[in-house]
Design a protein around this ligand. Structure first.
Ligand code: IMP
Length: 211
């Protein structure tokens, strides 16, 4: 039996883009979501070497500090031709100033150095690992991905991070050109397009109840 999430929970993120997306995803489930930022909780060091490990570190730290169930996500973009980089370092590639135009330019420079000019050499996927931790130590974890190719120059101004250079398979527009409804493709409109939406659908199946 999986344990159900209800009442008040902490969303263990300080990233406003992710917070907005997670609140939107949680809205239909009657869960009251407060963020780690709003509660003044610190940010633990992400010392794991997988998305899953880092999601777990963030969820456990928030659950312990707030004495509430906590929901955390760790995500990033994995580029095949770059041996999986930036991967778990996706946020760090944007530096202190969170400059994702610079991070995307770095990805493109490295792809060009490797002669990755055709779509088949520019394969990438986003990964989302989600973890729910309860203050008593219970855990639930899921992970999902969305595959696509990287385009240059970046297209669109919607979304965040690497969205403008990511063209999901089967679509003609990048995540940066999609509304958040299209990007996530959540039921009843779709079965989840983005990595985060797909992971969320899996998590909802095991520990959320639609209200
Ligand atoms: P973290 O999960 O906070 O370590 O950061 C993940 C980083 O991966 C974000 O700062 C973005 O750069 C990137 N990322 C994760 N999900 C997305 C997405 O849906 N669109 C664009 N970039 C993303």
């Amino acid at each position: 039996m999986h344990r159900k999430l209800e009442g008040r929970i902490v969303i263990a993120t300080h990233n406003p883009g992710k917070l907005a997306e997670m609140r939107e995803l949680l809205a239909p489930y009657g869960v009251e979501a407060v963020s780690a930022g709003e509660l003044g909780l610190g940010e633990p060091e992400e010392t794991g070497d997988t998305f899953e490990a880092n999601a777990r570190i963030k969820a456990i730290a928030a659950a312990q500090a707030a004495r509430l169930p906590a929901f955390a996500d760790d995500s990033g973009i994995v580029v095949d031709a770059l041996d999986g980089a930036p991967g778990i370092y996706s946020a760090r590639w944007a530096g202190e100033t969170k400059d994702f135009n610079a991070a995307m330019a770095r990805v493109e420079r490295l792809l060009a150095e490797r002669g990755a000019t055709t779509p088949d050499k520019r394969r990438a996927h986003f990964v989302s690992a989600l973890c729910v931790a309860w203050p008593d130590g219970d855990l639930e974890q899921v992970e999902a991905r969305v595959d696509g190719t990287l385009v240059w120059p970046p297209r669109g101004t919607a979304g965040f991070g690497y969205d403008p250079m990511f063209l999901p398979d089967g679509h003609a527009r990048t995540f940066g050109e999609m509304t958040s409804i299209e990007k996530h493709g959540m039921p009843p409109l779709g079965l989840g397009l983005s990595h985060r939406a797909r992971a969320f659908v899996k998590l909802a199946e095991i520990c959320l109840e639609r209200r």
